[in-house]
Structure formats: structure tokens, C-alpha cells
Design a protein around this ligand. Structure first.
Ligand SMILES: Nc1ncnc2c1ncn2[C@@H]1O[C@H](COP(=O)(O)OP(=O)(O)O)[C@@H](O)[C@H]1O
Ligand SMILES: [Mg+2]
Length: 250
């Protein structure tokens, strides 16, 4: 059965896209994986080497019903890893969808027609209608949290949104887990931050912690995954380990 995971945190720059791309790449070793780029910034699209400025068949056209989802799927250069791209026009969807009936479940209807083992949705940095669509369409939500002093800020609102979706729109939505990102072991505060997040999320915090690693930051500028860029890097090993944990939960 197809399992869908929303990668969500309304804060920008916490590692959502980096996690989506590299977790998807690691999972695609054993599974047929689709990334849905749901962020108008299109970073997952360009990060996988797809030119977002020339795409005319994107998730935006899928959501407004002008094209079928399967027609927009791009096979990346990696086996078992495909993407539905996003472009800047997606920003308009947030407003345009408001007046549509079943506006929260459009993405769910679209994705249920597909046949992948795993779909990862790279969410925009907001809790608006696009992110709600992602939560309604998903079996799980995965929350990347940057290992910094303000880590917990905003997570209350995020969990309220998840709970509201569980109560009203998608009762089978589960918290897959919280993954700590950009961990810097030289910074004494980092370990404290993880302890603090564990106090709130307990067993939901993944054992795998993603280190701050320059290879992870470099890879998207070449349009490649960290595994192609430097498969022995700490970043690559961390995402491989996260994929193992995710596979054991999903
Ligand atoms: N573990 C990491 N180590 C180093 N740089 C990272 C790491 N994770 C993300 N980055 C960089 O931080 C920035 C924000 O990450 P990104 O994944 O785009 O966050 P988001 O999608 O939440 O906005 C990007 O420039 C990315 O390359
Ligand atoms: Mg992003």
C-alpha cells in the first residue's frame, strides 16, 4: 500500500527540503519513491536537477485540475525516484483554492490515483491550505527541527494544526517523528536542545540526528543528492540511517 509522508515545519530553513530529497533518495534503494514539491520556492525540484523555470506541468496545474498528476511526474536520473515539480505559480494556489469545494482534500484525491511505495511531500514554510492539503493526503507527518536555541518555538502551533486535521479531516494521520537537523557537536547548546525537544516529544524523536555537514548544503547546487555528491560524508550516512528508522516505522 502506498504510504504518504508530509515533511512539515512552518519555519523556513530548518531542513525540510534537504530531508525530503535525501531521505527519498535513501528510501529509493528498496522502494519506488515519489517526491511532491509543494513549495512555491521549488527547491526540491531544482535540488534534483530539474529546471523549475521551464516546467509547465507542475503540481499547480494538478491542483487546479488542468492536468492529471501522472502526466506531471518526472523521472529523475536516479532509479525509483520521481518528482512532481513546483514552480513560482504555486504561490497563487494558496488563495485560489480557498473557494474550491473540498479544498482541503484536493491533493489527497490526486495522490490516491498514483501507485508508489512511498510519497514524500516537501511542504512550504507555512500552515496554510497547501500544508493542510499535505496533512490530509498523508499517513504520516515528519517534522524536521533545527538544533538551535529556538527549536521548540512554533512546534505548539504545528502540533495543534496536526491535531485539528486528525480530528476533522484525516483521523488516520500519525506523527512519524521529529528529526533533529544541523546538529553541531562543537556547540554545547546542541545537546541541550535535543534533550529539551525529547522532553516534549519523547520517543517520537528519531535516534538519528542529522549533523551540520557542508556536503548536504553543497549537493543541491549541483542538482544531485548527497549520495551522489559524497556518499561517505557524515550527511549521507545520517540520511541512510534515518531511512532505516523510517522504514521500520512505516
Ligand atoms: N544538515 C545540514 N548541514 C548543512 N547545511 C544544511 C543542512 N540541512 C540543510 N542545510 C542547508 O540549510 C538551508 C536550509 O535547508 P532547507 O532544507 O532548504 O530547509 P527548508 O526546506 O526547511 O527551508 C539550505 O541552504 C540547506 O542546504
Ligand atoms: Mg524547503
Amino acid at each position: 500500500m502506498q504510504k504518504t509522508i508530509a515533511v512539515l515545519n512552518q519555519k523556513g530553513g530548518v531542513g525540510k527540503t534537504t530531508t525530503t530529497i535525501n531521505l527519498a533518495a535513501a528510501l529509493s534503494k528498496n522502494k519506488n519513491v515519489l517526491i511532491v514539491d509543494l513549495d512555491p520556492q521549488g527547491n526540491a525540484t531544482s535540488g534534483l536537477g530539474v529546471d523549475k523555470s521551464t516546467q509547465e506541468q507542475t503540481i499547480y496545474e494538478v491542483l487546479n485540475g488542468t492536468i492529471q498528476a501522472d502526466k506531471t511526474i518526472i523521472n529523475t536520473k536516479y532509479n525509483n525516484l520521481s518528482i512532481i515539480p513546483a514552480g513560482a505559480n504555486l504561490a497563487a494556489a494558496e488563495q485560489e483554492l480557498v473557494s474550491v469545494s473540498h479544498r482541503e482534500s484536493i491533493l489527497k484525491a490526486v495522490l490516491s490515483s498514483l501507485e508508489f511505495d512511498i510519497i514524500l511531500i516537501d511542504c512550504p514554510p507555512s500552515l496554510g491550505l497547501l500544508s493542510v492539503n499535505a496533512l490530509v493526503a498523508s499517513n504520516y507527518v515528519l517534522i524536521p527541527v533545527q538544533t538551535e536555541y529556538y527549536a521548540l518555538e512554533g512546534l505548539g502551533l504545528l502540533m495543534q494544526t496536526v491535531q485539528r486535521v486528525q480530528q476533522n479531516l484525516n483521523e488516520s494521520l500519525k506523527l512519524l517523528g521529529v528529526v533533529m537537523t544541523m546538529f553541531d557537536k562543537r556547540n554545547a547548546l546542541s545537546t541541550q536542545v535535543i534533550d529539551e525537544v525529547k522532553k516534549h516529544f519523547g520517543q517520537y524523536v528519531f535516534d538519528t540526528v542529522i549533523p551540520r555537514n557542508v556536503r548536504l548544503a553543497e549537493a543541491p547546487s549541483y542538482g544531485v543528492t548527497v549520495f551522489e555528491h559524497d556518499k561517505w560524508s557524515k550527511g549521507a550516512r545520517a540520511y541512510k540511517s534515518l531511512a532505516k528508522e523510517v522504514e521500520s516505522h512505516v
